[in-house]
Design a protein around this ligand. Structure first.
Ligand SMILES: CC(C)(COP(=O)(O)OP(=O)(O)OC[C@H]1O[C@@H](n2cnc3c(N)ncnc32)[C@H](O)[C@@H]1OP(=O)(O)O)[C@@H](O)C(=O)NCCC(=O)NCCS
Length: 163
């Protein structure tokens, strides 16, 4: 794997709202993001933004509650070149500094790339919610029926990393 050695990371600010809104509309079915029936708006969360000489390279928004750090949305534009690993390492450091004991996230059953990414970086599956996407889809009808690799989007699966 080649790591992107020109990658710079910074905290998200209000100035990130515009491009973020555009990406949410274009690639995430608009806002809010919905995780097991709960609505999230990334621009009101804490976030890590990665930039390189071409501009924004990736974003990771998270929420900390009761020593738990939940990844709400995480995307790298030029994938599989090491940026995601650097960003996740930054989050691990940030969460530890904020006294978190755990990082966790939900992804859907079709996201095989994410299962590979997280499990190879120390995350374990800690919850499976069978057919729960239909609850989220009631709140957000733009959640697709068919996801990555042509797999029906159906279940919400939790992964955790103990700090
Ligand atoms: C998941 C994601 C954030 C990871 O970022 P990334 O920059 O692509 O990740 P890295 O380059 O640091 O790591 C690559 C790893 O991805 C995994 N991977 C999954 N599918 C892969 C593929 N087709 N080719 C290469 N690596 C792949 C591997 O585990 C690889 O690590 P390895 O070299 O140790 O095997 C990014 O792929 C992404 O934006 N995915 C779409 C959105 C998403 O699913 N977000 C996560 C859910 S919250």
């Amino acid at each position: 794997m080649t790591t992107n050695n020109v990658l710079k990371m910074r905290s998200a600010t209000k100035d990130d709202s515009n491009w973020l809104q555009e990406i949410m509309e274009k690639e995430w079915g608009g806002l809010p993001l919905v995780i097991r029936g709960k609505k999230y708006y990334p621009h009101s969360l804490e976030g890590i933004i990665a930039e390189n000489d071409k501009g924004i390279a990736g974003f990771l928004f998270y929420e900390i509650q009761n020593h738990d750090c939940e990844i709400i949305v995480f995307e790298v534009f030029d994938k599989f070149k090491g940026a995601g690993t650097l960003m996740l390492d930054k989050l691990k450091e940030t969460a530890k500094n904020k006294n978190c004991k755990r990082i966790y996230l939900m992804t859907t059953n079709d996201n095989l790339d994410a299962f590979r990414f997280y499990q190879r970086r120390g995350f374990n599956i800690c919850g499976i919610h069978i057919d729960s996407v239909k609850v989220s889809r009631k709140i957000k009808p733009t959640i697709g029926m068919v996801g990555d690799h042509g797999i029906p989007v159906r279940d919400e699966i939790d992964l955790e990393f103990l700090l």
